[in-house]
Write a protein that binds this ligand. Structure first.
Ligand code: AMP
Length: 398
């Protein structure tokens, strides 16, 4: 049986075709530049072999899905006998609001709820909806499943998710902390539990998803009880282009003193801040590390600020958990940068996180990287959000 995992952005569609329950990736790829009236870039691989079909224009997500399905079912690159071999589509949906605490099979009522959540994620949910509708149209008989970035965090208690604003802002506009990257935090938590041969409900961990976007989560007995991102993915630690936590009064100062509009400030805080804004070099951690190694003082300071902020979140989450079984690093930086991990651990001396230099320098699969004397074990667990979406989809249709 095959499941197609679909992740739609406003002008892109990423997919993975996975065999279940064996979890083998049969094909994966991306269609870019959807709706831009230029030739779409469609790249995909089947069984690890790369293909680049002739350029075509994808006016919308429906056409993009059609191209993908055609490529997978016809010609020399066919891996399916017919599109009906796709048993279900699993969609990444960014915002599920307070309605969705788990993945769901999509029906009309679910579609309406996802639409209502567009106000909370105006850049993401409309694209996710377009992807769902495109798949419904392409293959009306196959179920579509929504897997929400926010769902894992719906177990947070009110003391963690409320902001101290006038209460009617919550009642009227649902302004509160939601948290994101939930699929990744859940995946690494469950992978850690499986490695420990325990149920997820038996483990307490602090998960650190450190990529271009970054968030940390305190996981108590397998459930998220606090997370660093908030009402939007802007809150929390310093990211590639996002500022993370700042005093909200900075916004009013920029408006009244510098005459910046809300729209401009929104763009600055989301797209021109973080590592990029502070260093003026790049949003990419590798570039910032290279500049720091060459003695660039602002890059060196940016790394210190970045690691210090993350260390403070880890310390806070260790403090609120009755026991922490592991601190887990994942995503682009968390998985690949031994220097970044070492710097973070060094910024929290009170936690006693001691790394084993060789284990920290090693690469590959899930592994413990702390020294035997570390007060809390430290792990690297590569994330796999597509696999988590495929698993949750399979669970709902099996
Ligand atoms: P993600 O959003 O999870 O794809 O992560 C992207 C981030 O991971 C970028 O900032 C990359 O610079 C960073 N990254 C990937 N590989 C490495 C590496 N070997 N060392 C440092 N940062 C890395």
């Amino acid at each position: 049986m095959y499941i197609m995992v679909v992740n739609c952005g406003s002008s892109s569609l990423k997919f993975q075709l996975m065999a279940v329950p064996g979890e083998e990736v049969i094909a994966k790829g991306t269609v870019d530049r959807i709706g831009q009236n230029v030739a779409a870039q469609f790249l995909y691989a089947t069984h690890g072999r790369q293909h680049a079909p002739a350029p075509m224009v994808a006016h919308d997500h429906t056409e993009a899905v059609k191209y993908v399905i055609e490529a997978l079912t016809s010609g020399a690159t066919a891996v399916l006998r017919a599109k009906e071999d796709i048993a279900a589509f699993g969609h990444r949906v960014v915002h599920g609001g307070e309605q969705f605490t788990a993945s769901v099979i999509i029906d009309e009522a679910v579609l309406r709820c996802i639409e209502e959540c567009c106000a909370l994620a105006p850049l993401h949910n409309p694209a996710n909806l377009a992807g769902i509708r495109a798949c419904q149209q392409a293959l009306p008989t196959a179920p579509n499943i929504a897997v929400f970035d926010t769902a894992f965090h719906q177990t947070m208690p009110p003391q963690a998710y409320h902001y101290a604003l006038p209460y009617e802002y919550y009642q009227r506009d649902r302004i509160r902390r939601y948290g994101f990257h939930g699929t990744s935090h859940r995946y690494v938590t469950e992978t850690y539990a499986a490695l420990m041969q325990q149920p997820a409900s038996a483990v307490n961990v602090v998960t650190c998803h450190l990529g271009n976007g970054s968030s940390l989560t305190a996981v108590l007995q397998g459930h998220s009880v606090d997370t660093s991102m908030g009402f939007t993915p802007l809150q929390g630690v310093i990211m590639g282009t996002r500022c993370g936590d700042i005093d909200p009064a900075v916004v009013f100062h920029l408006m009244t003193n510098d005459g910046l509009t809300a729209e401009t400030i929104n763009a600055v805080l989301n797209k021109k801040s973080g590592l990029l804004g502070f260093t003026g070099i790049s949003s990419d951690m590798r570039d910032v590390q290279t500049a720091a190694a060459q003695g660039n003082q602002r890059a060196l300071l940016a790394l210190d600020m970045w690691a210090y902020g993350i260390a403070k979140y880890i310390a806070a989450y260790v403090a609120i958990l009755p026991r922490t079984d592991a601190v887990i690093f994942t995503a682009g930086i968390g998985e690949n940068s031994s220097e970044a991990r070492a710097l973070i651990c060094a910024k929290a001396p009170g936690l006693g996180l001691a790394l084993d230099a060789d284990a920290n320098a090693s690469r590959g699969a899930a592994r413990k990287i702390s020294a035997p004397g570390s007060r809390i074990p430290v792990w690297v667990i590569p994330t796999n959000e597509e696999l988590e979406i495929a698993r949750e989809t399979y669970e709902l249709i099996a």
